[in-house]
Write a protein that binds this ligand. Structure first.
Ligand code: ADP
Length: 291
């Protein structure tokens, strides 16, 4: 069924004015949803659409974008509305024209500013998703327990249900037991994190200002965000230099980086399979070799 009449009505309701789509253009680059640029009466919006089961995911994405926007540290697309009907769910955002001029130093400094926004607990008021996988955000005061239960443990259990038993689970079980040693009493500030910060979720607007989008926000160790920027590359030396100038990193980041990126590699294993199994096992073996 055509979702556009309901989406158009929702935009009109949210903006308090009439809206009619004059032009609709598909936007590529997303992993999960179909994405569109829609235009009419001098307004432009970015719209993500999926089936009706994804309504909660779009509500959670809205909450993450709104929380990051409220910090006024880093530009994110302003959420316009989200909704669900019998056949579809959608998220409508401000459309941002991306440009070629990049300012990695500013992105590093602004990410540090975002990370200085903290909460009293680890977690987030609601669960959200990492890719299409549920991400559990139950509040906790114990970072090690949070990472063990809601991040690595959750993905390992999912991997078992996906048939990844044997060596992955053996290494995973041992790693969970050694987690307190690997984190060695670390009690980071619960920083506001983007949560899924790979280079595909960061860009620069036409004026060169950094923009981040598609968050999986929660309060946690800021090193987890930085680690992910290193997992798939795309962030320059100036980015890291500016971040460290603004908010220096503590000792031991290099080891924790592997522990934090293991979460994303396990998630990729659960979503895509393939070579991520060997990568996850290698990362676990590397971490276990240090205890
Ligand atoms: P998905 O949730 O499906 O992974 P993304 O949020 O990553 O989708 O968006 C897909 C692509 O659309 C991005 O790679 C980016 O190029 C572009 N995009 C994302 N948000 C906006 C926006 N607000 N305005 C314009 N383009 C956007």
């Amino acid at each position: 069924m055509n979702p556009w009449p309901d989406i158009t009505a929702a935009i009109a309701h949210a903006t308090g004015g009439a809206f009619r789509i004059e032009q609709r253009t598909p936007v590529g680059g997303g992993c999960i949803n179909s994405a569109w640029r829609i235009e009419g009466q001098g307004q432009r919006y970015f719209v993500k659409i999926n089936n009706s089961a994804f309504g909660g995911m779009f509500a959670a994405e809205t909450a993450g974008l709104s929380a990051i926007a409220a910090t006024r540290t880093l530009r994110v697309p302003h959420p316009v509305c989200h909704g669900t009907n019998r056949n579809a769910s959608w998220l409508v955002l401000e459309y941002i024209e991306f440009g070629r001029k990049s300012n990695m130093r500013l992105l590093g400094a602004q990410l540090a500013a975002l990370h200085r926004v903290t909460s009293r607990h680890y977690g987030w008021p609601h669960d959200n998703t990492i890719g299409a996988t549920p991400q559990i955000n139950t509040a906790s005061d114990d970072w090690c327990a949070f990472w063990r239960e809601h991040r690595l443990g959750y993905q390992l259990k999912l991997a078992a249900t996906n048939g990844y038993v044997g060596r992955l689970q053996q290494l995973g079980g041992r790693l969970m037991n050694h987690l307190p040693e690997l984190l060695s009493g670390r009690r980071p500030q619960p920083s506001l994190l983007h949560g899924d910060l790979w280079s595909g979720n960061a860009a620069f607007d036409a004026g060169g200002e950094p923009v981040i989008f598609d968050p999986a926000a929660y309060y946690g160790d800021r090193e987890a965000d930085l680690a992910m920027t290193e997992l798939f590359g795309g962030f320059s030396a100036e980015f890291y230099a500016a971040y460290r100038e603004a908010y220096p990193l503590g000792a031991g980041y290099a080891r924790r980086k592997t522990l934090y990126n293991l979460y994303h590699v396990l998630n990729h294993l659960n979503l895509f399979g393939g070579g991520y199994l060997a990568q996850a096992e290698d990362m676990m073996a590397e971490l276990l070799a240090e205890v």
